[in-house]
Design a protein around this ligand. Structure first.
Ligand code: NOJ
Ligand code: NOJ
Length: 453
């Protein structure tokens, strides 16, 4: 039994604790809200630039060192994906019609590698200089974005345009899925986990929206989807317990010895198969890969030493581009991974703690008086379900805190931040960095709204 004085002290202590916690949380929430608006504005500013065609998404306003004043098919698809669920987008000056028009135009533009051409000039012509080409993930990402627009609802004329673009992109995936191409980081010609997983997801979701007028066969779509799924399984390295990013390298990547790469995590996020058992944010092998990457970057970067927060995350250990630093979009991807898994567990808690996923889950787990054990099925214990979801959200927030620490007071994010001192590096105002912030926060909001209800 507590005596009166002690009880009193304890109550004061508890109040103080809750006060601190909520001030802390409100402070983060306030920053997130502000940064969300900044990110939207920065994205809008990088779409349809005055000296380019409507619908162009420049990767960054930077025109030198590096020159990112181009429309990358990949970046543009991911940026438009981040706007789909955004309330301000529909009332903004930015129009989906422009993106559709420009996408169709670049699909038909003569170029050195057809639909595998990675980037276009802002006047819609292909960039024909020396570059890593083809990059075959672009059309798949465009399909995933446009299918999501269809799900949310578009006008009839937009639907027709979308169908036309998707049909062309899927035909490209069918005829090029077996072909090696350059990776998401534009460095290595090989068979890539990232390219394959987004192609597989584009076909899987494309089949559900199949249009009978398309001049492609639904049976081919299913056959190639199954081939891609088989091929993805070959990336699993059972002696190392992670998915290798690339197999059968034939060109590039002199500096890159490792095959452990955050692009695997980006692949699972961008494929968006969140309720699936395999190749999703629930997949024990994706989570095992994520944990090994996290450990790598935790040890690698000076700014990650003695940090109370989550570590800043980069592309891969031996990266040398601009000195090989953490990136905003990869660190934000880790926040999103935690939120997406939390959301998936809320929808379907039938989830087993396994040898492969336990280290990832334990890293997030912040409940002192209960321990996670291999063999536990979250479905069977609603207390664990709630606590795991809460832990995942908190861990996701820690990655946001890390990004916050390296974001300027005006809210600007570039491509990278220094591994030594955290200052912004490489392309300024990278559109994809802001898009990653939007999708992470959208998922965070969805899950918080549901948990509170
Ligand atoms: C430019 C690419 O976009 C970047 O990802 C890569 O690391 C460098 N070139 C070096 O090849
Ligand atoms: C270099 C990155 O490696 C690549 O993924 C991206 O598409 C371009 N920069 C443009 O942002």
């Amino acid at each position: 039994m507590l005596d009166g004085g002690l009880l009193h002290k304890n109550i004061i202590f508890l109040f103080a604790l809750f006060f601190c916690l909520s001030v802390f949380a409100t402070d983060l929430n306030n920053w997130i809200q502000k940064e969300y608006l900044v990110s939207q504005q920065k994205i809008f500013a990088n779409i349809s630039p005055a000296d380019g065609l409507p619908g162009v998404v420049i990767a960054s306003p930077s025109r030198q060192d590096p020159n990112y004043y181009f429309h990358w098919v990949r970046d543009a698809a991911l940026v438009f994906y981040s706007l789909i669920n955004d309330a301000h987008f529909r009332s903004s000056e930015i129009s989906l019609d422009d993106y559709l028009y420009f996408s169709r135009r670049v699909q038909l533009a003569p170029s050195l590698s057809g639909l595998g051409e990675p980037r276009f000039n802002v006047d819609g012509s292909a960039f024909n200089g020396l570059w890593a080409r083809p990059q075959n993930d672009g059309p798949a990402l465009r399909v995933l974005t446009l299918l999501h627009f269809l799900e949310i609802g578009v006008h009839q004329s937009q639907r027709e345009k979308i169908n036309e673009i998707i049909e062309t992109d899927i035909a490209f995936i069918l005829s090029h899925a077996a072909e090696a191409s350059f990776d998401i980081w534009e460095e290595i010609r090989a068979d890539h986990f990232y390219t394959r997983i987004v192609q597989m997801a584009a076909l899987k979701k494309g089949i559900l929206h199949f249009d009978v007028n398309w001049k492609i066969s639904i049976f081919d779509c299913e056959a190639v989807r199954a081939e891609l799924e088989n091929a993805l399984n070959k990336h699993w390295l059972s002696e190392k317990n992670y998915f290798s990013i690339s197999l059968n390298r034939t060109e590039g990547g002199a500096n890159k010895v490792t095959d452990l790469d955050t692009a695997v995590i980006l692949g699972a996020l961008h494929a968006g198969l969140d309720q699936d058992f395999y190749f999703s944010v629930r997949d024990e092998k994706i989570l095992a890969t994520a944990q090994q990457l996290e450990n790598t970057f935790q040890n690698l970067y000076e700014i990650n030493q003695n940090l109370e927060m989550a570590p800043a995350i980069g592309r891969y250990a031996d990266d040398v581009y601009f000195g090989g630093n953490p990136w905003y979009l990869t660190t934000l991807a880790y926040a999103e991974l935690h939120y997406r898994l939390a959301k998936s567990l809320l929808v379907n808690p039938d989830f087993l703690v396994t040898e492969l996923n336990i280290s990832f889950l334990k890293q997030a787990w912040n409940i002192k008086n209960k321990t996670l054990e291999v063999g536990l099925n979250i479905k069977n214990d609603s207390a664990f379900q709630k606590l795991l979801i809460k832990s995942l959200i908190d861990r996701g927030d820690q990655f946001i805190e890390t990004v916050r620490l390296h974001t300027t007071s005006e809210g600007s994010m570039s491509e990278q931040f220094s591994r030594k001192n955290g200052y912004a590096l490489s392309a300024r105002d990278l559109t994809w960095s802001y898009a990653s912030f939007l999708t992470a926060v959208q998922t965070r909001n969805e899950i918080l709204n549901r948990v509170v209800q």
